[in-house]
Design a protein around this ligand. Structure first.
Ligand code: SF4
Length: 153
């Protein structure tokens, strides 16, 4: 399972397949990481510095995070994609096609001016989250999406 949790400053990514429950995150920021709560991660409960530190202590790579730089990432079901928006401007997208066996992610792109800010990862996670919620398999044909979904970070 892939999920993104956001506060005003950062997006926290969690990949359940990598999480082996060492619970260092819980010890480092108990208000943010509470296994008894749903959702169990809530970045609105502590300050960003504390959350960033907690994420950096995750031994498995299940948790990662990026600064948002005031860039929003939204799911666009009509367009079969997720989009990155800075104000009114679209600066990135992750596109998929509905196939018989699942959602095939065939393209992820970010305006070169905004590369290196984790936007592509947010875009891929947004599509994958939605696919998982709709019980669809994800087929990452796009090499970037494939890398993100396989990466041991
Ligand atoms: S520290 Fe990482 S591996 Fe441990 S419970 Fe938290 S997310 Fe999972």
């Amino acid at each position: 399972m892939h999920r993104t949790y956001e506060n005003e400053d950062i997006a926290v990514f969690w990949d359940s397949e990598k999480c082996f429950h060492a619970k260092r995150c819980v010890g480092s920021s108990p208000k943010t990481f509470d296994p008894g709560r749903r959702p169990w991660i809530d970045p609105g409960q502590a300050d960003t510095a504390e959350i960033w530190q907690a994420v950096s202590k995750c031994p498995s790579g299940a948790l990662t995070c990026v600064y948002k730089h005031e860039i929003k990432v939204e799911f666009d079901s009509d367009g079969n994609r997720s989009v990155a928006l800075l104000g009114e401007d679209m600066i990135g997208e992750c596109d998929y096609q509905e196939k018989e066996d699942g959602w095939e992610i065939y393209h992820t792109g970010v305006d070169p001016e905004y590369e290196g800010r984790g936007i592509a990862k947010r875009l891929v996670f947004r599509v994958v989250e939605e696919a998982e919620r709709q019980k669809k398999k994800v087929i990452p044909v796009c090499s970037y999406a494939a890398k993100i979904l396989k990466a041991k970070e």
